[in-house]
Design a binder for this molecule. Sequence first.
Ligand code: PLP
Length: 386
Amino acid sequence: MSSNKSPRWSKRTLSAQAMGHTDPVTNAVVSPIHVATTYLRDPDNQYSTGYVYGRPDNATVREAEGVIAMWEEADAALVFSSGMSAATAVFLALAPGDHVVAPTVMYWALRNWLLTDAKHWGLVIDFVDTSDVDAVRNAVQPNRTKLVWLETPSNPLWSISDIAAIAKIAHAAGAKVAVDSTVATPVFTRPLTLGADIVMHAATKSLNGHSDVIAGALATAKQDALWARIVANRRNLGAILGPFEAFLLIRGMRTLDLRVRAAAANAADLAQRFSNHAHVSAVLYPGLKTHPGHDIAARQMQGGFGGMLSIRVRGGEASAVATAAGVGLWKRATSLGGVESLIEHRASIEGAGSPCPPDLLRLSAGIEDVEDLFADLDQALRRAHG
Ligand SMILES: *Cc1c(COP(=O)(O)O)cnc(C)c1O
C-alpha cells in the first residue's frame, strides 16, 4: 500500500525510474528484492519499520504498488497474486445479500465466477449491458446495490462503458463503482479521476507486458471501510504477489508508457487496414468511428484506444479457425497486453452462453513492426479463403 501526493514529474518519467527508488545500502539504481518472510521485533516489542510478516506486506510489493498508485492517481494500491484474486477480493469484501450490477460483456473467467461461486457468498448479481447508461440506471437499486462493476473496453467486443455517467448513478444510489481497466491501461484511462472508487488491473497483461508474470492490482480513490475489508482479504486469503514477481512487474512498468503507446498505434493501424479487407466483415476497435462506443471512448480515453481489437472473418467459424491456424508471426494463444502479438478464436474458449460471435478472432497487438503483423495475418486470411 502506498500513496502518492506530490507528483512533480510526469507519469512516464516516474514510471521509468520506478518512483526513483534506489538502494540506501549500496546506492544501486535498482532496489533489491526483499525476500524475507519475517522481521525483527524492536527491544521495546514494536515493529518500527511497519513490517511484521510476509503475508500481509512486503517492501518489493509496496514498491510496485507505489508505481501503480501514481499511475492511477490513487490514495493507495494493492498488488495481488493474479487479476482474478484482485477482482474477487473486491466482491468478497461485500456482505451476503448485497446487490451487484455487472456487465454482460466482460472477462469470461470472472463472469463465470460471478455466475457460480459468488452466489455461495450470497451476492445477488444482475448482468446488464453497461454500454447502455439507461440500462444501468434501471438496474441500480437505491440502498440495495452496493457495487457496480465495469470493464471498459470489455472483452472481446471492446464495448465502452461511460465511467463518469455511471459513477453518478451509482453514487446517488449509495453504491461503489469498480472498473476493470486492464485493456485501457492507466496510460489511456484513469477511472478514479472520472469518479470510480476502485480500479482493477490484470497486471499479468499490459502493466507487466512481457507475458512472464501472473499478477493483479487494485487502486482506490479513498482508504475507506470497503478498502479496509479488501486489505484484510488479501492478508487473510494469502493473495499477495511474491517478491520476485513484484520485481518483474516493476521492471515491466518502467517501459509501460512506451509499450502501450506502440501497441495502440499498431492496433489502430491494423484496425484501419482490416476494415478494408476483402475477407473481413467487421473490425471491432473503439478507435474506429464505426464502433458504437467511439464517442464515449474518445472522451474518456486520452492519447489512444488501447492495443486490443477483434476482426470478424467472412465465411464464419471455419474460416476464422483456419485463419488463426495460418499465421506464423502472430502467436496463437490466449492472454493479451504483451510485447508479442497474439491471436485467438475466442468462441471456442468461452463456450456456451458467450456473447462472442463464432467468426471472431481476438487480436492483441504487440510492439512488432506493423508491416510484418499485417502481412502475416493478410496471407493467413487469403489462404483460409483458398
Ligand atoms: C486476464 C484478465 C483478467 C484476469 O487476470 P489473471 O491475471 O489472468 O487472473 C481479468 N480481466 C481482464 C480484462 C483480463 O484480461
